[in-house]
Design a protein around this ligand. Sequence first.
Ligand SMILES: [Fe+2]
Length: 476
Amino acid sequence: MAKRFPNHPQLRGGFAPLRMECDAPDLEIEGEVPGDLAGTFFRNGPNPQYAPRGDHHWFGGDGMLHAFQIEGGRVSYRNRWVRTVKWKLEHDAGESLFNVFDPRDTDPRAMGVKEDGLANTNVVWHAGKLLALEEGHAPFEVDPDTLDSIGPWTFGDKLVGPMTAHPKIDAETGEMLFFGYNADGNISEHMSFHVVDRDGRLIRSETFLAPYAAMVHDFMVTRDHVIFPIMPLTGSMERAMKGLPVFAWEPEKPTCIGIMPRHGSVADIRWFHGDPAYVFHPMNAHSNGDVVTCDVCEFEQAPLFPLADGRPGDPAKATPRLTRWTFDLSRNTDDFKHERLHDIPCEFPRLDERRTGLDYRYGYFACDSRNDSGTPVGAFNGIGRVDHHSGRIEVYDVGAGCATNEPIFVPRSADAPEGVGYLLANVHDGGRNAGHLVILDAENVAAGPLATAYLDHRVPFGFHGNWKPANEARRP
Ligand SMILES: [Fe+2]
């Protein structure tokens, strides 16, 4: 028997899990879906199947995929949970058996089970495979047409250890680059770095030690460099065994940014140091000779996690803002320039990914343009575009009672200039307790949607999504 979910802020409103899977063809549309938009917008996010064991954390829910298939001016929708080992065992039991953040609380029926993660953070299309990602485990392959679960994918048994949920796909080479943290299978400073070629073959794997064990959510790649941000949201199993948090904000430690020549090796990583801060997501980075520029959404203090002694963090400091780090590799120092680009609170940054790792003009994000205090980290009122040339920000406010998160950019055509295309995002309408998809003209964000596709149910606030063009098919 499924128990009632507890009354927890990350299980209410737009965070509340959806307890069904469905296919919804031909959604009601307001406006006009651009005729040249053909493909599928996949999104992933935590959607716990059952009421949690112990304390709930937003990051601990089972992955649910949402697919908006767009073609010929129509939009169809499908959602499915990813059938992980955890999901299947709990489905059979009719209740939660795992406590993701406190392994001591595992139900005896799940003790010793080799699980394959939550698959709840991102969903990426590369080399003919759709991969649901969560940073503690290998990717989980899903059928892009049916959303049926296929299973863990380790690149032909070559990947050992976890893969970040934020790989970078180089538009010039077609390569997918990624890293893993806790790469030895423990909470540790062990890191890995991998490259998969355009055909999906794992062609490079290296390991190295970070300065300390931390939650390393994302990284950056340029044409010439790979950038690993180690920031003091630290991990400690020793702390956890004392009943304190596994992951905690520990500002006594500095920010350490490792920069590796992309065509060198991990032995060439040079470490730079700065004040404690946290970044879940960079927007982009690029290299110009010895100068490496990184644009990131930086928090003064990591949100969603407590201090090392278990006390809560300061929510006033847990606001993300677009920040630029500039590293001059010709100088013989370990510092870097740090500048705030804008004051608007913003997260879930994206770009026209054809410019990944290259100098670029436009970035996109979810933002709190009303500067409402107390906006949950996962929910924002606006979708924004920044023009780095003019410094100008344009925002579409999704409206009273509505909230949104990450927008993705889809180019109008493969050879369209940078920034010419569409932004797609989910919006949760608290008044209807249901979701809608908005399609914006990326060159005129403030004008509001070109088209809105309405669902009859909620798409819970999730994390990340990506686009698969209609003319690309799955490769076995
Ligand atoms: Fe993320």
